[in-house]
Design a protein around this ligand. Sequence first.
Ligand code: ZN
Length: 324
Amino acid sequence: MGIDVGATTIAGGLVTGAGDVLEVLQAPTHRHGPGTAVETLFEVVDDLLVKTAGTGLTLTGVGVGVPGAIDPEKGVMVKPPHHPVPELADLRLGEQISTRTGLPAFVDNDANALALGESTFGLARGAASLVLLAVGTNIGGGIIHDGRVVRGHAGFGGELGHVPINFDGPACFCGGKGCLGMYLGGAQMALEARRRIDPLRSSALLTLAGGEASAITSTTVFEAARAGDPVARAMVEEACEALGASLGGIVNGMNPEVVIITGGVAESLLPLETDILQRVRRYAYAPALSNTRISIVPTDKRRSMRGAAALVLYELGHRGRREA
Ligand SMILES: [Zn+2]
């Protein structure tokens, strides 16, 4: 069972050992009101157990991806400032789900789960090292090195959205400044576009948002840039350059075999792939880059569920090895 807990939706599915997603359930994260994500999560788990009963399938375990860093000592989500699902923090969710279901249950950062999904079933299958960037509202990251997830000393391994790419850049909610997420994260792009446009002048950016500045999203910014809007073009140029510099840092710092850029903004980045790869060349060691496979992959909830299910296989595999 693979479950993805997002800020707005909890999506759960039954995933086969080959990575096929069979059953899919989705529920609004806060359908019972603010602070009720854990209740919804347990309901999705229970509903999937009921669905499993009729299929003749045997459940191996439950994997859950959550939008936050996991403290490796305590196994609980660390609550960063302004978190969309703060009620998930400081709970031993894995233990609670395990008690509820009688199955092994594991919780990890959602981008770590996505990276495990890609290395177990997807584009990085067979590769020893992978760096995944999940570009959505904010930017998450997952690193797999020599087949192990790099969780870091305090669980913040792979927080690549908060690696500064401009030491003079704007303040970020993480406490730093000039982070990649300030230039490429969906929420920040939307805010910045609303700040930069002149609401009294007609522009493609405003027209695409139906004349309402508050309706501008990162998707609108990318569309308006394609239509030649100067504000949007400047922002997309900055976003691509920021991504290019970040990928240069990733390639030079970790020399991974595969890099995957996914998440809700990936669809908008896909038509810019050639441009982005050209920018990476300006920042990365050429011989390291020439041996790195970089892919931009639009995402969907199934990919996240598959990732959470891959977490179960990963943890059971490693536990087995430790016990042997
Ligand atoms: Zn930051």
